[in-house]
Unconditional design. Structure first.
Length: 131
């Protein structure tokens, strides 16, 4: 009886077996060679792949308490550029220093230092701020 079950369950010679190939770990490299599944993303200011949570210069928390993800800032060496990683955006924002304590960019984005830390504004509304 065991032989009958084995023969019944075995694929027939004329049946093709299909296998689903799983992607190899680390094969999800982007155009810069960054491995997204390992948490790496391209930093324009650092000119290399970074893990934002490890390489950040400034961590900003959302002002909307329903949002649980933070925003990260990496400054260029001279601090003339602030690269801002906002979770809802596909690419980082590049904000240029407009004075010692303010970085501005297109589309209404602005990063500014405050007495208590820093804040990220979109169209003059504070959406992220430091702890």
């Amino acid at each position: 009886m065991l032989a009958a079950i084995t023969v019944a369950c075995a694929p027939k010679n004329n049946q093709k077996q299909t296998s689903t190939k799983m992607p190899m770990p680390g094969s999800d490299r982007d155009e810069h060679g960054c491995i997204g599944s390992a948490g790496y993303t391209w930093s324009v200011t650092k000119k290399k792949c970074v893990r934002v949570w490890e390489d950040l210069d400034l961590k900003l928390l959302p002002t909307d308490t329903k949002d649980a993800t933070f925003s990260a800032v990496i400054f260029s060496g001279q601090k003339d550029t602030a690269e801002v990683f906002v979770p809802s955006l596909r690419q980082s924002l590049l904000l240029k220093a407009s004075d010692k304590d303010t970085w501005s960019g297109g589309n209404g984005w602005k990063l500014s230092k405050t007495a208590n830390g820093a804040q990220l504004l979109k169209d003059n509304a504070i959406i992220y701020k430091s702890e």
